[in-house]
Each structure stands twice: as C-alpha cells, then as structure tokens.
Design a protein around this ligand. Structure first.
Ligand code: ARG
Length: 463
C-alpha cells in the first residue's frame, strides 16, 4: 500500500526511479515562504466560513510559523520522497498539529502552486525592478562624472555624429526604464488570487475566495479583492511565466548591447574607457591581457535568458486544458531567469560604476571633422539648397578632401565654392563642435540644453 497522501487507491508506492524523476522539491523549496503564506490565508478563510474552528486555525498558523522559522534557520529536512514543497510542508505540519489534516480542505495542489507562483512573481518582479534601478543609478553616476565629454556616435559601427557621453548613457537609461516598467506590469498581471479554483472545477464547500484574496494582498489599488474568474484557466494558465521570462530576456538583450558597447570602447583600437580591474580577468598565457569578462558574460547570460523563455513556450504549446504534470517543468527556467537577471543587473552596475573614461582619447576621436558633414548639408539647406542636392554637394567636398589628403575643414574655400554655389565664405563655421551641439536643441536631441533637461529628469526618476 502506498504511503503517499494520494495513496488510497494504490497497491504500491512509486518506484525509487519514479521518485527521483518526478520530485520537484529540489527546486521548488524556494517557494516555502509563499506556500506557507498561502496556507495561512487559506486556513484563515476556512475558519472564517466555519469549515474549521478558530482553535484549529490558530494551531495551523503557529505550526506553519514554526516550520517557516525552521526553514529559515536551515534546519528543515526536505525529502524528495514527499515530491514537492507543498507535500513537505503539509507532512511536517501533520506531525505536530492534528488539525493539519483539514488544511487541504477545498484546495488542490493545482490552485496551490498557482498561488505560490503568483506570490513569488510579485516578489521577484519587485526585486528585479529594484536591481535594475541600481544599474540605472550606476549609469547616471558615470554620466555625472564624465557625461560632458563628447564622443562619436556610431551607426553601422562607423563614426556618425558627435554626442555627449551622457546622451549615449541616457539611451541605456531609457532601455532599462522600459525593463523596469515591464516588471511592474508583470507584477500587476500576477495580482489575481487562484485559490478556490481547486484542481479544476472549484469546490462544493462554501468557501469565500474574496476573503483569501484579501488576506494574501491580491487586491486592486482600492483594496478590492482580485480573484481569477475561471477555475479551468486558473490551473492551466502559465502566461505569467512567459511574461516574466520575456521581461528577463528583453533586459538580457539590453544588457548585452550595453556590454558590447563597453567591450568595443575598452579595446585598444577605441580606448574610450578602461574597465575596472575588479570585473576583468587576465590571460593565463598572455601577460599583457586584461579581458572584459563581466561584459562578455553579460552577453552570454542573455542567451541563457532567451533559452529559458523558449523552454516555457515549448513546454506550454499544445497542452490540453487544464493542469498537466509537464507544467512542473515551468519552474526551473523562471527561477534561473530570476537568479541570472538579479546577478547580471548587479554585475552591470558594478562594471559601469567602476569604469574610467579616457577623456583625451574621446576628445581626439570626436575631433574628426567628418562627423559634422551632415551639419554642412544643413548649412546648405539653410541657404536654400534642397537637402538631396546639399547631400550630394557635401559628398563631393568629402571626396575632394580624400583626394587632396586634407581634413574636411581644412580645404581651401575657393575649391569648396567651386563645388556648389550654395557654399559661402563662412562654410567652415559648421566645424565648431560647440556650435554644432548647441544647434541640436529639440526634444530628445543631444544638445547641451536637452542633456541638462534629461539629467534633471533622470535624477528625479531614479531618486
Ligand atoms: N509540484 C507540482 C507542480 O509544480 C505541484 C502540482 C501538482 N499537481 C498535481 N496534480 N500533481 O506542478
């Protein structure tokens, strides 16, 4: 006869191999605080509707508190024999509290695990939003330190136009701000209480779902309880897992693009920055090497985050309603995405915080007058030349500079004027970098007035 909680209709318990294969406690034990919070709320509700007595509720509550303390102290023994976090905790409670046998009234592990995970998602989203905020603050601190230096902005990894370093860094802040908002939104999607959905079709017992939801903080902005609206969808739905993993994966894309910029900038060929020794490693063979390992790993981790998302898509695609045991495999990828995202956000912050900007090297690179070729076209437009024609007329000047092996701004004015009648004697004014930056005054542009505005905005947003 099987000893399992569900063992009544079995003549034999599961094979050792099956236990090893099907256990989830090795990874879902991290749900313990949420599982216990769910059980406390559920038993409070059972007492509220008269399915258990207040005394039974109290004994369940103190028993669960004791278990939580034991777990926190690392003194709880998890058993793979008991399959998952839910069974482990319930069995431990049963040993000391007779009323524990009533805890699972009007509840299934299907709505229980959905509840645990929704509570966990709310917690995980708050943690990650905070970690991303930390990375944003690190970026802002570098902008404060060295943001006034000009660097070439790139398209196609070719020098394009000059920008303040702060403008480039603020682009990162925008990306990360969207990530932060995404986690806030996922937390809001998580904010619906599954308990009461049972295994699939609720219960015949007179429970109060709204009461449980309120106990667990599944409430809207006005404090009204939020309970899920379809018991079948509730136990089958894994959208949140995919949304959470998407938010992590997209953050991963952002951090890997930032990391790639830093890797390029720290190469000898660029030398715009030096990465902190504390986040780099050396070569066991080549003594001169300092490798940007933290950035490379951020790039690498982003692949892992995308892989986790893909796992969840494949896992859920084509599953019949409602719960299927396949869904136990939903947890390792989201836990891994959480762990790696949290760690990566901290590493991103540390790497950026500690970087050194080589200001002279940046100034040298941005002094390239070709970066202002577009400004020269704008100069012609100002003088009535249609842009397409102006573009061509500047292209010819660039070609002449190449032929004469002269910097763009050092060409003889007489030669330039021969190229197009639009060029005046003052054609070279456009090569004044300060003037060029000041002219970029529209919202979102890299001019000094705008950058100042953005500084104020980010200081406020990031606190
Ligand atoms: N460990 C299970 C999981 O994570 C809990 C739900 C089990 N439900 C069931 N009917 N076997 O999916």
């Amino acid at each position: 006869k099987s000893q399992a909680t569900w063992g009544g209709r079995f003549t034999a318990g599961p094979a050792d191999l099956m236990l090893k294969f099907s256990e989830s406690v090795s990874f879902d034990h991290r749900l313990a605080p949420f599982d216990i919070a769910g059980s406390k709320a559920h038993s409070a509700m059972l007492a509220h509707v008269g399915l258990i007595t207040a005394k039974e509720r109290d004994s369940i509550h103190s028993g669960l508190d004791a278990i939580l303390a034991q777990i926190a102290a690392g003194k709880f023994t998890w058993s793979t024999q008991l399959e998952d976090v839910h069974m482990n905790i319930e069995q431990a409670l049963t040993k000391n509290v007779p009323a524990a046998a009533k805890l699972h009234t009007a509840r299934s592990r299907n709505d229980q695990v959905a509840t645990d995970m929704r509570l966990w998602f709310k917690h995980a989203c708050a943690v990650l939003a905070d970690k991303i905020l930390g990375a944003q603050r690190a970026i802002l601190s570098v902008a404060k330190r060295d943001g006034d230096v000009l660097i070439p902005g790139y398209t196609h990894l070719q020098r394009a136009q000059p920008v303040f370093l702060s403008h480039h860094l603020f682009a990162y802040l925008e990306m990360l701000e969207r990530d932060r908002a995404r986690f806030v939104e996922v937390a809001d999607h998580a904010n619906w209480c599954p308990l009461g959905s049972g295994a699939i079709a609720g219960t015949t017992l007179p429970i109060d779902r709204e009461f449980t939801a309120k106990q667990l903080g599944f409430v809207d902005a006005k404090g009204r309880p939020r309970v899920t609206q379809n018991s079948m969808d509730t136990v089958a739905d894994r959208d949140l897992f995919i949304e959470f993993a998407t938010a992590c994966a997209l953050f991963g894309v952002h951090m890997s693009r930032i990391a790639e910029d830093l890797i390029i900038w720290s190469s000898v060929e660029f030398k715009f920055i030096d990465l902190p020794d504390t986040f780099c490693t050396g070569s066991s063979l080549m003594p001169q090497k300092k490798n940007p390992d933290s950035c490379e790993l951020l790039r690498g981790k982003s692949a892992r985050l995308q892989g986790n998302l893909h796992t969840l898509f494949v896992l859920t695609k084509g599953l019949p309603l409602t719960y299927n045991r396949d869904l136990q495999e939903d947890k390792p990828p989201v836990f891994d995405s959480f762990d790696q995202t949290a760690l990566s956000a901290d590493v991103l912050a540390g790497t950026i915080e500690g970087l050194t900007v080589f200001r002279a090297r940046c100034a040298e690179a941005v002094a390239d007058p070709a970066l202002l070729a577009t400004d020269l076209a704008d100069y012609l437009v100002d003088r009535g030349v249609p842009f397409r024609e102006a573009h061509h007329a500047v292209g010819s000047v660039v070609k002449l500079a190449e032929t004469l092996k002269l910097p763009l701004d050092k060409l003889p004015t007489a030669e330039v004027k021969k190229i197009h009648a639009g060029y005046g004697d003052d054609w070279a004014v456009v090569f004044d970098l300060k003037r060029a930056m000041e002219k970029r005054r529209g919202t979102g542009m890299p001019g000094p007035a705008q950058v100042k505005k953005q500084f104020a905005r980010w200081a406020k947003v990031l606190g």
